[in-house]
Design a protein around this ligand. Structure first.
Ligand code: KG4
Ligand code: ZN
Length: 336
């Protein structure tokens, strides 16, 4: 594909983001306006606030992506936006803006699956990832283990039966009053804690299949704190954060290790916001090394929500001329 330029927009949750992707795929610009400060005081994303902030930010963020890429709107070859999954009011803002641009510029439009975007972020760091590959996608809304014969052709091995891994981080952080988003706060606290201090469950590990479950772990943490307070004992939050983080990482990587043993693969990919976690990154790298597989994980800024990853997924759709009609709508529960 010659130097085709794709404008991508992402507004599925609390980041307003726009990016320009060139051939490769490679990033020409990737602007992320985080709304986290507006949501922080509520301990989580407030959908109504997210939609309003997206409305305020979407035009300037897209303009900045175009100018930082050093191009003009007329240079674009396609426009893409996140179609789902996500908050419906938030998705609508970016989707409508992108469709409006595609219409007025007479360009093809691509509605991208957000979870696919997380996975394709890996192709921004290496355009030639060896297939087949196993991908562990861990975000605030998803925890999926997938097997790809090649990019675009995959099947689900496992998924979470209850909470997503990031959701568990966020809920436990809120319970421990550590702030939002929970993942980075727990990781920070855990640095000075003992991961072996508190015994916590690793659900489904050793059982059939590749599914995950985090609700029992969440309950175990809550019970631990309640029991301690009933006994009048202080809880060491650093130890608890470290033990919780280790339990999540162990649960995730046990299933990944099983998949690596059961399926023939060339590479392991890690994706999604929780892939920013250094303990998880280190463990997955170790698994890949000992199985003699290539290992890919995006840099931190491409793990959490951003439009460049949406542009990367759109890039492969563009190459296949896989476009959407402009009458397509957003879908809050869009599956892969
Ligand atoms: O992929 P993402 O940005 O948004 C969704 O698509 O959900 O993921 C956000 C999630 C949040 O739950 C956040 O707490 C978690 O990723 N997260 C982390 C870390 N950084 C972000 N979890 C653990 N450790 C981190 N360093
Ligand atoms: Zn995401």
């Amino acid at each position: 594909m010659d130097d085709k330029l794709i404008l991508a927009v992402e507004t599925s949750c609390d980041e307003t983001s726009a990016a320009v992707i060139g051939a490769g795929p490679r990033i020409l610009s990737n602007i992320v306006a985080s709304q986290v400060d507006w949501h922080k005081k509520f301990g989580g994303v407030v959908p109504e606030i997210a939609s309003r902030k997206h409305l305020e930010l979407i035009e300037p963020v897209i303009d900045e992506a175009i100018s930082e890429a050093g191009i003009e709107y007329k240079d674009l070859d396609a426009v893409a936006a996140t179609r789902g999954p996500g908050l419906v009011g938030a998705l609508l803002v970016g989707f409508a803006a992108a469709k409006g641009l595609a219409y007025s510029l007479g360009l093809p439009f691509i509605g991208v699956n957000h979870v696919a975007g997380h996975i394709y972020a890996n192709f921004l760091i290496n355009n030639e990832i060896a297939s087949p590959f196993i991908c562990l996608t861990v975000s605030g809304g998803h925890t999926d283990l997938l097997y790809f014969d090649r990019p675009g052709s995959y099947r689900f091995l496992g998924r979470t039966r209850d909470d997503a891994a990031g959701e568990a981080f966020d809920k436990i952080a809120r319970f421990l009053e550590l702030g939002y988003p929970g993942g980075p706060e727990i990781e920070k606290m855990a640095k000075t804690g003992d991961a072996n201090a508190i015994e916590l469950p690793r659900a489904l590990v050793g059982e059939e299949g590749y599914d995950f479950s985090f609700s029992g772990l969440k309950t175990a943490v809550i019970n631990y704190v309640h029991n301690a307070s009933q006994r009048g004992e202080d809880v060491n939050k650093n130890d608890l954060a470290a033990s919780f983080q280790q339990a999540v990482v162990d649960s995730l990587t046990a299933r990944l290790e099983k998949a690596v043993m059961d399926f023939k693969a060339e590479s392991i990919l890690l994706a999604g916001g929780v892939a920013a976690n250094q303990v998880l990154r280190n463990k997955v790298e170790l698994i890949a090394k000992s199985a003699d597989l290539e290992y890919y994980v995006p840099p931190l800024n491409l793990c959490t929500d951003n439009a460049a990853m949406i542009g990367a997924a759109a890039y492969y759709r563009y190459a296949d001329a896989d476009f959407d009609n402009l009458d397509i709508g957003v879908k809050a529960d869009l599956s892969m």
